[in-house]
Design a protein around this ligand. Structure first.
Ligand SMILES: Cc1ncc(COP(=O)(O)O)c(C=O)c1O
Length: 394
């Protein structure tokens, strides 16, 4: 054959030998072939397991899905290009053949609110918000709205409230409603919402699951009963996670329990140091024995583990002092993400909750002097020393 032909065909399409790679490789192929076309036909028809086209998945994304489904105790998982894509899929799947109405927690990741208000509501989905930490109010909202599903997060951002997911799922079940839980902040190391009664669990795997600040992604975990609707939505919407992202995420998940253990220990020490600092007005941390949801935390989280997220308010600080404090940090990284190996800090008033009016933020308890920390795996002493020097110099 001519050089041009060899250039595009030589070396490709080899069947693997009798070796097994120890970790799952990156399958970058956008399509797959079979010796007999009939087999491809059966794969497309879901009559035979296999690969067909990258928008439908790849061996790498499938391996990640199997890994995360095992960790969550779910029957089926699907990886998406972002946490937002996973949430969108979960809500659409939960509302399929059900009442087009959602009762959602009143404090949620900002973009999750935007998704419901700007994308779903104009299509006829009724959205209502209720406080998930006030079970009576939440049940009243569910009883009145008779929604298709409820949506809650395992730890609220940035005030670190911890709703009783098990009781919310019980309320939902009593009213014939599905429960969607965003478990990004807790990961399956702290909570496994399916075992608590949830129907859909989602993660922004950009955060703790991948854990290294280098990949965007989302995971949705549910029961087999929803497999078909979720797959069909993902294939049509084109939200599938790419194989390179799946590879990095799978690699991250391998050390998730180790990282979370260390982040939990570090967060306890950082929260205690902040609590004792004269310039700190208030610390929000689920490990605080006086936390408003301490009983739920004791019941749902493993003993001594409270997550790696801490928020705190600086006494009397206005925007200028807040900017000075942030700029004085030398180790802690000023970035809006969370769940990475390195400690991150964000200022909700100008980032995640920027869209809300100052009055609305104040009503939710998100003052202009509040900061959110995602504690990393560095030495706790170094994180604390950096925060203290910045507090002293601001
Ligand atoms: C709780 C929560 N859910 C969902 C998302 C969206 O995830 P992604 O940025 O991966 O789309 C985020 C992102 O910050 C988040 O914090």
């Amino acid at each position: 054959m001519k050089l041009e032909t060899l250039a595009v065909h030589a070396g490709d399409r080899k069947k693997p030998g009798d070796y097994i790679p120890v970790t799952t490789p990156i399958y970058g192929a956008s399509s797959y072939i079979y010796e007999r076309l009939e087999d491809l036909d059966r794969v497309f028809a879901d009559e035979k397991q296999g690969q067909s086209y990258a928008r439908y998945g790849s061996p790498t994304t499938n391996a990640l899905e199997e890994q995360v489904a095992a960790l969550e105790g779910g029957e089926f998982a699907l990886a998406s290009a972002s946490g937002m894509a996973s949430l969108h899929l979960a809500l659409l799947a939960a509302l399929t053949d059900r009442r087009k109405s959602i009762v959602a927690a009143n404090v949620l990741f900002g973009q999750s609110m935007t998704l419901m208000m700007n994308l779903l509501e104009p299509t006829g989905v009724a959205i209502q918000f209720a406080d998930p930490c006030d079970l009576r109010a939440f049940e009243a909202a569910v009883a009145e709205a008779k929604p298709g599903c409820v949506l809650v997060e395992t730890i609220s951002n940035p005030l670190m409230r911890v709703p009783a997911i098990d009781k919310i799922a019980e309320i939902a079940r009593r009213h014939g409603v599905l429960t969607v839980v965003d478990a990004t902040f807790t990961t399956p190391v702290l909570t496994r919402p399916i075992s608590l009664g949830a129907d859909f669990v989602i993660h922004s795997s950009t955060k703790y699951l991948a854990g290294h600040g280098d990949v965007l992604g989302g995971l949705l975990i549910t029961r087999n009963e929803f497999r078909q609707v979720v797959q069909s939505l993902s294939r049509t919407m084109g939200t599938t996670m790419g194989p390179f992202e799946a590879y990095l995420t799978m690699r991250g998940v391998k050390t998730l329990p180790l990282r979370i253990e260390r982040q939990c220990q570090n967060a306890c020490r950082v929260a205690a140091a902040l609590q004792g600092h004269p310039r700190v007005e208030k610390v929000n941390f689920p490990g605080d024995p006086a936390h408003l949801d301490a009983e739920t935390v004791r019941r749902l989280f493993p003993k001594g583990m409270f997550g790696g997220m801490v928020s705190f308010a600086i006494k009397g600080a206005g925007r200028e002092e807040m900017f000075r404090f942030n700029d004085a940090l030398k180790l802690v990284v000023r970035a809006t993400s969370l769940g990475d190996v390195h400690t991150l800090i964000s200022y909700p008033a100008i980032t995640s909750h920027r869209e809300l009016s100052p009055k609305h933020r104040q009503k939710l308890g998100i003052g202009d002097n509040l900061l959110r920390l995602s504690v990393g795996i560095e030495a706790a002493e170094d994180i604390i020393a950096d925060l203290e020097q910045a507090l002293d110099s601001a």
